[in-house]
Design a protein around this ligand. Structure first.
Ligand SMILES: O=C(O)c1cc(=O)[nH]c(=O)n1[C@@H]1O[C@H](COP(=O)(O)O)[C@@H](O)[C@H]1O
Length: 230
């Protein structure tokens, strides 16, 4: 199964993003715009990056009552985005409302349900009162999300093999928590794998930010990961 790279464009300003995007035109297909850049620049920046020829994953991790999330999906529909995140922990009704809004307003948008954040481990779940392993919680949220109609999930690559066994084959699995082999530590990421391992286990897409952005030559680091995936 092919696995593609999504660059998480988590930088402080568009001046820092510009040379990286310029150098990756034609080789990188997907760019993730998340809270940092969307909060700073809003919808116009989404349009600007799409105009440069990239597919956009808008990562807003929506989490609210069903009506509010559904209306936010409707408001985002005119934007040139291919993927959008909502939190599965918002529950079945919220996900179903978001899915209905997406189907009505933007049928080709892949709505992704974020399961257990890759920065969370078993002790983090326990602090929230969830005495369950991350794998079991991802399994539960994954089923709930697909029952509610979602066709894509965000999880760590450690849960991909399990989810591939339990979910329909066409479900897209997007995995952050990627750290190239030999890199010391995972920053705040707890459930991690290398790009090649994540691809081998069945990720549809891997999401990589700091390992590329903090490299001396970010474009070369991104190209190296793309080569590893192919
Ligand atoms: O939804 C996401 O993209 C996401 C979910 C998750 O569980 N973990 C996670 O790290 N992410 C995002 O993936 C990116 C990972 O960045 P790096 O850790 O720098 O590679 C960040 O933009 C996060 O917001």
């Amino acid at each position: 199964m092919p696995c593609d790279l999504i660059l998480a464009l988590d930088v402080p300003d568009r001046q820092q993003a510009a040379p990286i995007l310029r150098q990756l035109r034609g080789s990188l297909r997907w760019v993730k715009i998340g809270l940092q850049m969307f909060t700073a620049y809003g919808p116009d920046y989404v349009k600007a990056v799409a105009d440069e020829g990239f597919n956009i994953f808008l990562d807003l991790k929506l989490h609210d009552i069903p009506n509010t999330v559904a209306k936010a999906v409707e408001s985002l529909a005119p934007l040139p985005i291919g993927m959008l995140t909502i939190h599965t922990s918002g529950g079945r009704e919220m996900m179903a409302a978001a899915r209905a809004a997406q189907q009505q307003t933007k049928p080709d948008l892949l709505l992704l349900g974020v399961t257990v954040l890759t920065s969370t481990d078993a002790s983090g779940l326990a602090e929230l009162g969830l005495t369950i392993s991350p794998e079991a919680q991802v399994s539960r949220l994954g089923r709930l999300a697909t029952d509610a109609g979602l066709r894509g999930l965000v999880c760590s690559p450690l849960e991909v093999a399990m989810l591939r066994q339990q979910l329909p084959a066409d479900i897209q699995l997007v995995t952050p928590g990627i750290r190239p082999a030999g890199e010391a530590g995972g920053d705040d990421q707890k459930r991690i794998m290398t790009p090649a391992e994540a691809a081998r286990t069945g990720s549809s897409y891997i999401v990589v930010g700091r390992p590329i952005l903090k490299a001396k030559d970010p474009a070369a680091a991104a190209r190296a990961i793309l080569a590893e995936l192919s």
